[in-house]
Design a binder for this molecule. Structure first.
Ligand code: SF4
Length: 405
């Protein structure tokens, strides 16, 4: 469905999920529970997976978290949840992965941050983690992050830069170091004996232009599958817009095999919002479809009523609530387009372009709402039950066009 030409990358398996090598771009997320709290972590992994997260990462930061991992895995399996779990390691991954074999076995992938594996023993600790990945036949993600960039490597690059007749800016040296850290760590992992088909790479930054530049350059120098995301994207609207802006440009360049939207949730907000945003980015770019799209006009002075906004929202909610059942019963329904429009100016046009659309009357228009199905005027609704009747037409359309019977 997409016109984007994706960069060819090596395929890496994370459990039973393929990343790269032409596989669909995978949506992933991360829990924010205390991993040692087994039940809370199981609930959130289950919730994120049900929302569409195809991989879920959990922090493994201490003994209690490491001990909890096998129980988390077991409880998920008992619930029928088989989503691959990625362990996120910093500072002590080499210790925990050696000390807790059941934990290592339970995970599908180890995330290693090369900037956080130690100062004097950086390569030794990194090597230990890679050896554990080889031993347990797991893939890894070499996850470089600008907030925890390898300071030793950065200092070396700065020293070299200072000797140049035309030194680069500090920012350029930082970009170079991000990429070199990723490349160097990938080569080291391969030297230790880890296959190229076991290594995913990421280079996350928190500013849109920076992350676009770094991923574009990274993609030019390696064929490993890339995990793409804007790190510390921020809260609410800012986080969603910044992530969309960054990911859209990177994905449009054919770069990226798995994505995460790192939103800071509002207190008490649903963690799965980040999954919904990631799916929406992929669907808006015509890369993958997850849920029928509702096209609605913004409204203007031609319609004083808020009815069409309410109907658009009602239809969108109805689709969202129905998708767990529809996705099983009506394969392909996720590609359906629905239009809910506010007046005659663009209403019939947009409605005809959708699979099914309704054009509501504007302020001075006759109180009738024509419904279009596959470009043809099918029916005209009037009165107080337009929403209910439109949903009924929608149900009939789906049953007729997407049924697998
Ligand atoms: S379709 Fe009509 S109501 Fe909606 S934005 Fe366009 S002119 Fe305004």
């Amino acid at each position: 469905m997409s016109v984007i030409k994706r960069k060819e990358t090596i395929q890496v398996m994370v459990g039973d999920v393929a990343v790269g090598g032409g596989a669909p771009i995978v949506v992933q997320s991360m829990t924010n529970t205390d991993t040692a709290d087994i039940d809370e972590t199981v609930d959130q992994i289950d919730h994120l997976n049900k929302a569409g997260s195809e991989l879920v990462r959990i922090t493994v930061n201490n003994d209690a978290a490491a001990k909890a991992v096998p129980y988390i895995k077991e409880k998920l399996i008992n619930r029928g949840v088989t989503v691959p779990i990625i362990g996120d390691f910093h500072y002590n991954g080499h210790v925990l992965l050696t000390k807790y074999p059941d934990m290592a076995e339970s995970l599908a992938n180890f995330r290693i941050n090369p900037g956080n594996t130690g100062t004097k023993t950086r390569d030794k600790n990194f090597t230990t983690i890679v050896e554990q990945a080889i031993h347990y036949d797991k893939s890894v993600r070499i996850g470089v992050n600008w907030g925890s960039l390898d300071q030793q490597l950065l200092a070396e690059k700065m020293d070299v830069n200072n000797t140049l007749s035309e030194p680069k800016s500090a920012k350029e040296v930082m970009f170079d170091t991000m990429i070199e850290s990723a490349v160097r760590s990938t080569e080291l992992a391969k030297d230790v004996g880890l296959g190229a088909n076991k290594i995913i790479v990421s280079c996350k930054m928190s500013h849109v232009q920076d992350v676009i530049e770094v991923y574009t350059r990274l993609s030019e120098v390696m064929n490993q599958p890339l995990h793409v995301g804007l790190t510390e994207a921020g809260m609410g609207m800012k986080g969603m817009v910044a992530s969309s802006a960054a990911l859209s440009v990177i994905l449009q360049r054919g770069i990226g095999d798995t994505i995460r939207v790192s939103l800071t949730p509002q207190p008490g907000a649903d963690r799965a919002l980040e999954v919904e945003v990631a799916q929406q980015i992929l669907q808006s770019l015509n890369i993958r479809s997850f849920i029928p799209q509702v096209t609605a006009c913004p409204g203007c002075g031609r319609t004083k009523s808020t009815y069409f906004q309410e109907l658009a929202e009602e239809i969108q909610e109805y689709i969202k609530e129905s998708m767990p059942v529809w996705s099983k019963t009506y394969p392909g329904v996720e590609e359906m387009d629905v239009a809910v429009m506010g007046c005659i100016v663009n209403g019939p046009g947009e409605s005809k372009a959708a699979n099914i659309g309704i054009s509501l009357p504007g302020t001075f228009e006759e109180p009738k709402a024509p419904v279009y199905i596959d470009g043809e005027h099918a029916k005209t609704l009037r009165g107080d039950n337009i929403g209910k009747e439109f949903k009924q037409i929608l149900n009939e359309y789906i049953a007729k066009n997407y049924s697998n019977n």
